[in-house]
Design a protein around this ligand. Structure first.
Ligand SMILES: Cc1cc2nc3c(=O)[nH]c(=O)nc-3n(C[C@H](O)[C@H](O)[C@H](O)COP(=O)(O)OP(=O)(O)OC[C@H]3O[C@@H](n4cnc5c(N)ncnc54)[C@H](O)[C@@H]3O)c2cc1C
Length: 383
């Protein structure tokens, strides 16, 4: 896939599986789903069957048992065809990783196994709230113990897969006087009284993905659905940030690569002043700069994933660099390749219009570009 980054047989197998799924099942409906704002509901069971719901989860728990490099390749492949399906899949994997990493044996058997078998729908990760995203530890949803239950109250904002999730990972304050040391992590199952799917957001891009509020009104969650220890939930959110950032970096790589492919195809076909656009040096420079952006984004993303696979204790710097560079590169490439389309880049008949809109969110979620710069600077200054 990328010169200078040889893949193992297993990584190639996962990449090939995801590429075939993307080509045969995801790509054909991508433009229509975007136009109609339609969620890729019908693709979820196929994803689950192919092991793309829990790529990094061990085979004992029903996952594909692959590594972070394989995961990045799979997210890139799917996002190349449809970034909305890419983020749907990325959040489903994030939920699987949290359950596999922090669920006890009973929870993994009861919740994770059927989820990975495609029997619980999508998963969602409810951290952000209307008043806080970057400063997530300032969340104000509360969880109060009442016998064998915790009673949850609050509103979660920007919940990807919100309306389609069978399992919601919800972060709530169990010790409101503490900030990050007073947060616990719960699994709230679809159908739990008091769990309400709120407003659906109408987005600029990723229109096929689903983004809602999740409202918790005296929502009684059994203590059996607490993940990890009370007041230790924020560590779960932080521990999964690196993996989440690699996933979004990979999504951005997919968008950038698709934009370059669309641009190159167009410049070969379109004529101006008696020559194809591809023969004009100004266009060639846009292609060259974009090719460098795509390869650099991919190398940084695969490096971050490989560092995780190698068990490096601190991969925040690598993950943040990959996420920052790949997301900004995706926006640059989509912008350049829209420009080479001229007026046709501005209408939905050409895929570049969707890619341009889809690219923009990658600079915002899973930590904004500003937050990534803070992390990179902190890690670099710490030596
Ligand atoms: C489509 C979509 C899907 C999402 N999916 C999910 C999801 O599934 N689960 C979930 O929990 N969240 C999700 N999010 C939320 C996302 O992670 C947040 O939007 C993001 O973290 C930014 O938070 P915010 O929107 O509250 O912006 P704010 O934190 O209010 O930031 C506003 C601006 O201020 C800047 N800023 C903030 N603090 C600093 C600082 N210290 N220094 C410099 N600049 C700063 C930010 O970079 C940004 O430019 C999603 C968001 C969107 C739009």
């Amino acid at each position: 896939m990328l010169a200078g980054f040889p893949l193992t047989e297993e990584q190639q197998l996962v990449a090939d599986t995801a590429l075939a799924f993307a080509r045969d099942r995801v790509a054909p409906g991508a433009a229509a789903r975007d136009h109609d704002g339609r969620y890729p509901d019908e693709l979820l069971p196929v994803m689950a069957k192919l092991g793309l719901f829990g790529v990094k989860v061990g085979a004992d728990d029903g996952g594909a048992g692959a590594d972070a490099v394989s995961y990045a390749l799979a997210i890139e492949a799917v996002s190349r065809s449809c970034a909305a399906t890419g983020v749907t899949m990325a959040v489903c994997n994030l939920v699987a990783d949290v359950l596999a990493g922090y669920g006890n044996g009973e929870q993994r058997a009861r919740l994770l196994a059927p989820y990975l078998a495609g029997q619980r729908g999508a998963g969602s990760f409810c951290l952000s709230e209307p008043h806080c995203g970057s400063d997530a530890a300032a969340l104000s949803t509360t969880a109060v113990r009442d016998g064998d239950y915790f009673v949850l109250n609050g509103t979660k904002q920007w919940v990807t897969n919100g309306a389609y999730a069978g399992l919601h990972i919800v972060f709530a304050k169990t010790s409101p006087e503490q900030k990050s040391h007073g947060i616990s992590c719960f699994v709230v199952e679809r159908g739990t009284p008091g769990l309400i799917v709120g407003k659906t957001e109408h987005k600029m891009g990723l229109r096929g993905s689903n983004t809602t509020q999740i409202v918790l009104e005296d929502c009684r969650v059994p203590t059996a659905n607490l993940l990890g220890d009370v007041d230790r939930g924020y560590a779960i959110a932080l521990a999964n940030l690196d993996g989440g950032r690699i996933g979004i970096a990979a999504q951005a790589c997919g968008i950038a690569a698709a934009a370059l492919t669309e641009g190159v195809r167009y410049t070969r076909d379109r004529k101006a002043f008696g020559r194809s656009l591809a023969e004009l040096q100004a266009i060639q420079f846009a292609v060259a700069d974009s090719a460098i952006d795509v390869d650099t984004a991919r190398l940084l993303t695969l490096r971050a994933a490989a560092a995780k696979d190698a068990g490096s204790p601190r991969t925040a710097r690598e993950s943040s660099m990959a996420k920052l560079f790949a997301s900004e590169a995706a926006c640059r490439v989509a912008d350049r390749m829209l420009q080479v389309h001229g007026g046709y880049g501005y209408v939905e008949e050409y895929a570049i219009e969707r890619l341009y809109r889809d690219a923009r969110i990658t600079r915002i979620y899973e930590g904004t570009s500003e937050v990534q710069r803070i992390v990179i600077a902190r890690e670099t200054l710490a030596g």
